[in-house]
Design a protein around this ligand. Structure first.
Ligand SMILES: Cc1cc2nc3c(=O)[nH]c(=O)nc-3n(C[C@H](O)[C@H](O)[C@H](O)COP(=O)(O)OP(=O)(O)OC[C@H]3O[C@@H](n4cnc5c(N)ncnc54)[C@H](O)[C@@H]3O)c2cc1C
Length: 345
């Protein structure tokens, strides 16, 4: 007897969502049918700028991520629904606006409900400025930030620059790139540039050789490294920032999605295969999860693991693969220089 394909709803419009749809298609084929729910399915999958939007150092990362959720749907035979998941509702079998399923259903912001047998939550994190007084670098338009800072120096508004990595979960590589690039532009202008971070050494979570190479790049560019320094924000929003012009990364909050368990900062706790703790048939991947590594490789690995787990539920044979969690970062330092850094996740 032919089995009804498992209906998998994938919520999210970023790389984690796209990767999970592609991996599910590969592992489960006709044993699943998919609905992809994304706010803007026609837009490029990578967060604008985060993985490349604009000239060096950011453009180099863009090419793999030019496609859209719509194109992912075409490649995988999935349906697309434009919308934002507002809540996950459990124990409401067979109660979607678009048919019956065995799991639960998602409620979209506009009130539509889509039933699922399995759900993949890939809705990302919510970046917010860490410090009121700082220029927050969200990763978009790196050259705009470089141009703006060098113009401020040229106009005499800025006499010293501090690049600050805030405490908490973040992805610090882009701030290192920006500091090195800006310092390169300001070479010979007698403007001190420093990088202040809670990390004990430059990009300390990467392998020691990589960290040492980053230290060298900073030194060559004339960036003073101040490690093991936490610039925390007080309850009234103030922070002990230096007097310099401060450029900071955003801090990340979790999606806090109603119906799902959340950590104190709103992230979704998961098992190793992405299964949401205590929720049958619900998986979370990428930046939305409580994993401390918010980075593309980690998101892609999580998407693959969840897809394999769902394919097994759908009755597909999925060969086991060794779990080698590896995080890579390609730090682009301008003038054609780059560094490949690796770390074990
Ligand atoms: C400044 C910055 C620079 C970065 N640079 C790099 C880098 O160079 N290299 C690297 O590897 N990583 C980088 N990262 C990290 C990388 O961008 C993320 O790890 C990666 O984008 C995570 O993918 P994701 O799909 O989980 O989340 P996201 O990319 O955030 O995608 C989430 C998607 O879900 C959609 N969505 C949100 N809410 C809902 C909802 N309720 N329902 C449905 N859809 C929803 C969003 O519109 C978005 O399309 C950077 C991050 C930042 C902040």
């Amino acid at each position: 007897m032919a089995h009804r394909p498992l209906h998998v709803v994938v919520a999210g419009g970023g790389p984690a969502a796209a990767e999970s749809a592609l991996a599910l298609c590969e592992h489960a084929g006709a044993r699943v049918r998919m609905t992809l729910v994304a706010p803007r399915p026609h837009e490029a999958i990578a967060r604008a700028g985060a993985l490349g939007n604009g000239p060096e150092p950011f453009r180099a990362r863009q090419d793999h991520h030019r496609s859209t959720i719509r194109q992912t749907a075409t490649r995988t035979g999935a349906l697309v629904r434009s919308g934002r998941v507002a809540a996950v509702e459990h124990d409401v079998h067979g109660a979607g606006d678009e048919g019956h399923s065995e799991g639960g259903r998602v409620r979209l912001a506009d009130g539509r409900r889509i039933a699922y047998d399995a759900l993949v939550v890939a809705v990302g994190a919510r970046p917010r400025p860490a410090y009121a007084r700082a220029l927050t670098f969200f990763g978009s338009a790196g050259t705009v930030a470089i141009g703006r800072l060098t113009a401020e120096v040229a106009d005499g508004w800025t006499h010293a620059l501090a690049f600050v990595v805030p405490p908490g979960t973040t992805w610090p590589v882009p701030l290192y790139e920006l500091a090195i690039q800006v310092a390169g532009e300001l070479r010979g202008r007698d403007v001190p540039v420093r990088l202040i971070t809670p990390e004990p050494a430059p990009l300390a979570s990467f392998d020691p050789d990589g960290s040492a190479a980053v230290a060298e790049l900073l030194e060559d560019a004339g960036v003073t490294f101040t490690g093991s320094t936490v610039v925390a924000t007080r309850a009234d929003g103030s922070a002990d920032l230096p007097d310099d012009r401060v450029v900071a990364l955003p801090v990340l909050d979790g999606p806090n999605l109603p119906g799902l368990p959340s950590t104190a900062d709103g992230f979704v706790p998961t098992e190793r295969d992405g299964a949401v703790v205590g929720q049958d048939g619900v998986f979370a991947i990428g930046d939305a999860t409580a994993s401390p590594i918010k980075q593309l490789d980690a998101a892609v690995a999580g998407a693959g693991a969840a897809a394999r787990a769902i394919a097994l539920r759908a009755g597909a044979y999925v060969p086991p693969i060794p779990h080698v969690p590896l995080v890579r970062a390609h730090l682009l330092a301008g003038r054609g220089r780059s560094l490949l850094l690796t770390a074990r996740a």
